[in-house]
Design a binder for this molecule. Structure first.
Ligand SMILES: CC(C)(COP(=O)(O)OP(=O)(O)OC[C@H]1O[C@@H](n2cnc3c(N)ncnc32)[C@H](O)[C@@H]1OP(=O)(O)O)[C@@H](O)C(=O)NCCC(=O)NCCS
Length: 238
């Protein structure tokens, strides 16, 4: 009997196009999307290149990969469209991995991260995915206009992508100068978020492999708890 693959969903902290785009393209091509209009091969290539360009130029980007061992088998990515909205730019699962809960988990992770800085997720759906989004409580006006209001609060550990871009938009209860975090961009980083979307702890995997943690000095009784949570999250980074 074949065993069910053990799929890991992981934040992608180094989002440079060169690093991730070939995986994204491989999965997107394997999905062999059926459009309700004719799309030539050249147009598909053009769209993919344009997507990569858009991605490079965005500031508040987020991305998650689903992995079977080292192989990426699904991914979701997006960016902040404006102060009120996040835009889910891509969500794809390899055909042979569909129906195992991967798409749902990727979507939930993106929504959770978006809640940190905004109130709404927006997306343009392919015709075949409309009922998937409907099932996940998206308000579908038409394919090009699907949205969902996100919960007001988020509590717990979330990945922080491109550190400085995101951190400038949230309340930080730490004794740190956020400007210094520019140097940590693209490193694995997680935050512990408390009520009011405030960050009470931050953990980073440094280039030398050591994990560095900052916690809210006014909540010293919680220090061990925050450290445990963040070290645990960092330990799972591939
Ligand atoms: C749409 C897609 C991302 C869903 O991923 P998936 O891993 O197969 O979905 P999941 O297994 O997580 O499904 C979660 C739930 O949604 C349901 N679901 C999945 N695809 C669905 C669909 N197309 N229509 C309606 N429901 C769907 C599942 O039955 C499951 O229901 P359950 O929670 O009651 O068991 C995937 O099918 C895909 O990559 N499609 C091709 C590319 C695409 O269209 N992407 C969207 C671009 S906008």
């Amino acid at each position: 009997m074949q065993s069910k693959p053990n799929i890991r969903i992981s934040p992608i902290f180094d989002q440079s196009v060169g690093n991730i785009w070939s995986d994204f393209t491989r999965i997107e091509v394997a999905c062999d999307l059926k459009y309700d209009y004719q799309v030539s091969k050249e147009t598909k290539v053009y769209i993919r290149n344009r997507n990569a360009e858009e991605w490079k130029n965005q500031k508040y980007t987020f991305a998650f990969g689903a992995y079977n061992g080292k192989k990426m088998v699904g991914f979701a990515s997006g960016y902040r469209e404006n102060k009120q909205e996040m835009y889910l730019h891509n969500l794809y699962v390899l055909p042979e991995y569909k129906g195992k809960g991967i798409g749902k988990t990727l979507l939930e992770q993106c929504e959770r991260n978006a809640t940190l800085v905004t109130d709404k997720m927006m997306l343009i759906s392919l015709p075949g995915a409309l009922s998937f989004y409907e099932k996940h409580k998206y308000d579908i006006r038409d394919e090009r206009n699907c949205e969902k209001f996100l919960p007001k609060e988020i509590i717990g550990v979330v990945p922080v992508f491109k550190s400085i871009d995101w951190l400038q938009n949230v309340k930080i209860n730490l004794d740190v100068d956020i400007a210094e975090f520019e140097q940590y961009k693209n490193l694995p980083m997680f935050a512990y978020v408390s009520m009011g979307r405030a960050i009470d702890a931050l953990g980073i995997r440094m280039p030398n492999g050591e994990d560095k943690i900052w916690t809210n000095p006014k909540k010293s009784g919680m220090k061990d708890f925050y450290e445990k949570k963040l070290l645990n999250a960092l330990a799972k980074v591939r």
